[in-house]
Design a protein around this ligand. Structure first.
Ligand code: GLU
Length: 457
C-alpha cells in the first residue's frame, strides 16, 4: 500500500511555524515510507480565501524543499461534494434544518438549565414533508446536518456510542457520539463547511494517513462516521500538539508575525525553522539538523508530547547560528555570489567567517572589511598608536599564510612585552575596525600583505 498524506491549509492567511509543523510532519511521514504527499487547499470559504495566500503557501513549502506530488483546490471540486451529499440525503442521513442561530442558542441554554448535554435536539428531523415545503414557500433556506449514528432505533433517544481510533500521537482515542451535535455540513447559502469536503477528498484522493493538529480530535469522531456513511474505510489519524507562544497563546494565521515568509525574509535557514517547528514539544532535543532527511531521522510522531508545545522564537537564533557554523561552502556559494562575494577568495573567506555569523547574510558585512578596508565602527586607542607602529614594522616578510599570525604575534610579544588582549585588540581594531570577529589568523591571508600594510594607522 502506498502511504498518502496531505497538508490541507485554508488559504486565508500566511502559514506560520505551527502550520509548517503539520506540513513537515505529513511530508516526512510519507517520504520516509516512499509515499506521496498532497497539498490540498481548503478554499471552500471563497470570501476569505485569496490567491495571494495560496501562492505564498506553495512558495513556503518550496522554501523548505517540499514539492507536493499533487495539488488540489477544493473550490474546483464542489460537484464531487454535491454528489456525495446527494448520496447521504438518499440514505436519510443528511437532513434539512431551518433553525436560526438565535433559536439554537435559546434551545442550548434551555438544555443546559435542564442539565441536558447542550447538543442539537434534532427538532428539524421531526418536520414532515408538508411542513418543510411550507417553510420553504415562506422563503426559508435550509442548512444540512449529518445524522450521527448515536442511537438504536429512535434518533430522539441518543445513547452513548463510542468511536475509537489508534492515534499515531495520542494512542487509543475515544469519542462519544452522543456528546456531539449532528454537524452542519452545508450552510443555508449552499456553501460547504470543512467537515465533509475534507472527508470526501480524503476518500477520493486515497489519503491513508491524516496528520493534523489536536484541535481536530473531536472532528475526527464525527468524520470517522462520515467515512463509514460514504462507504469508505477511515484513514489512520495522528493529532499532534499545537505550538503556542511562550505565554501560551495560540499562533494565528491572521497575525502573520511568525509567518514562514517573514522568517525566510529575515534570513533564517529553512532547516533551522524546520528543526524548531518539528522538534519543539517532543521528547527529543531541539537541535538544528542540516537537511529535512536528517530531521526526519530524529522526528517521530510517537515522541510528540500530549501537552502544548511552547515555542521560543529566540531559539531560532541559536539554531540558525549553529547551522551556519558548519555550513559547507557549496551550500552557500550561490547566495554569496548573488551578494557579490565571488572569485578565488570566496571559499576561504566563507570558511574564515562562518563561525562568527548568526545568519548567512551577515557574511556581506565582512566581505568589504576583508577586501577593502577596516569598518568604521571602532578605532584603536590613541595610546596604542606607538605600539601599533612597532607591531606593523614586525610583520614577517614574504607571503601571508595560515601561520603568519602566530609568527607575527610571537615577534611582537618578544619585542614589546605585550601579551593577550593588550596585544591583539589594538591589532584587531586596526585591521578590522571591530572588537569582535573571525579569527585574525584566518583573516590575515585573505587581507594579504598589501591590505595589512595599508591598514597601518
Ligand atoms: N483546513 C483544515 C485546517 O486548516 C484542515 C484540517 C485537516 O487537516 O483535516 O485546519
Amino acid at each position: 500500500m502506498t502511504i498518502i498524506t496531505r497538508f490541507a491549509p485554508s488559504p486565508t492567511g500566511y502559514i506560520h511555524i505551527g502550520n509548517a509543523r503539520t506540513a513537515l510532519a505529513n511530508w516526512l511521514y510519507a517520504k520516509r515510507r516512499d509515499g506521496k504527499f498532497i497539498l490540498r487547499l481548503d478554499d471552500t470559504d471563497v470570501e476569505r480565501s485569496k490567491r495571494e495566500y495560496a501562492d505564498a503557501i506553495v512558495r513556503d513549502l518550496e522554501w523548505f524543499g517540499i514539492a507536493p506530488d499533487a495539488m488540489y483546490r477544493q473550490s474546483d471540486r464542489f460537484a464531487i461534494y454535491q454528489e456525495a451529499a446527494e448520496r447521504l440525503k438518499t440514505a436519510g442521513v443528511l437532513y434539512a434544518c431551518y433553525e436560526t442561530a438565535d433559536e439554537l442558542e435559546r434551545r442550548r441554554r434551555l438544555r443546559l438549565a435542564r442539565k441536558l448535554p447542550p447538543v442539537y435536539g434534532r427538532e428539524s428531523l421531526k418536520l414532515t414533508a408538508v411542513e418543510r415545503a411550507k417553510l420553504e414557500a415562506e422563503g426559508k433556506k435550509p442548512h444540512w446536518r449529518f445524522l450521527l449514528p448515536n442511537f438504536k432505533n429512535d434518533p430522539f433517544s441518543p445513547e452513548r456510542t463510542e468511536v475509537h481510533w489508534d492515534d499515531l500521537v495520542r494512542g487509543r482515542q475515544t469519542v462519544d457520539l452522543a456528546s456531539l451535535s449532528d454537524p452542519v455540513l452545508i450552510r443555508e447559502d449552499g456553501t460547504w463547511l470543512y467537515t465533509m469536503p475534507s472527508v470526501v477528498d480524503d476518500i477520493e484522493l486515497g489519503v491513508t494517513h491524516v496528520i493534523r493538529g489536536e484541535d481536530h480530535v473531536t472532528n475526527t469522531g464525527a468524520q470517522i462516521t462520515l467515512f463509514n456513511a460514504l462507504g469508505a474505510e477511515p484513514p489512520v489519524f495522528g493529532h499532534h500538539n499545537l505550538l503556542t507562544t511562550i505565554s501560551g497563546e495560540g499562533l494565528s494565521k491572521r497575525t502573520g508575525s511568525l509567518s514562514i515568509g517573514s522568517l525566510a525574509r529575515a534570513g533564517y535557514e529553512p532547516e533551522a525553522v524546520a528543526s524548531l517547528a518539528l522538534l519543539t514539544g517532543t521528547s527529543d532535543n531541539v537541535e538544528a539538523f542540516g537537511s529535512l532527511a536528517e530531521i526526519g531521522k530524529h522526528f517521530d510522531l510517537a515522541h510528540v508530547s500530549k501537552s502544548a508545545a511552547k515555542f521560543d522564537p529566540a531559539e531560532l537564533e541559536t539554531l540558525n547560528r549553529s547551522l551556519v557554523h558548519h555550513m559547507p561552502f557549496g551550500a552557500v556559494e550561490l547566495r554569496l555570489k548573488r551578494a557579490g562575494i565571488d572569485g578565488q577568495l570566496a571559499e576561504p573567506f566563507w570558511l574564515a567567517v562562518r563561525a562568527n555569523l548568526g545568519k548567512v547574510v551577515e557574511a556581506s558585512d565582512w566581505w568589504p572589511i576583508v577586501t577593502e578596508g577596516p569598518a568604521s565602527d571602532e578605532k584603536p586607542d590613541a595610546a596604542d598608536l606607538p605600539f601599533l607602529d612597532q607591531a606593523f614594522e614586525l610583520l614577517p616578510e614574504g607571503p601571508i599564510h595560515a601561520e603568519t599570525w602566530k609568527q607575527w604575534t610571537a615577534l611582537i610579544k618578544a619585542e614589546t612585552g605585550r601579551a593577550g588582549k593588550a596585544l591583539f585588540m589594538p591589532l584587531r581594531l586596526a585591521l578590522t575596525g571591530r572588537s569582535h570577529g573571525p579569527e585574525l589568523a584566518q583573516l590575515l591571508p585573505l587581507i594579504g600583505r598589501e591590505g595589512i600594510l595599508a591598514r597601518r594607522p
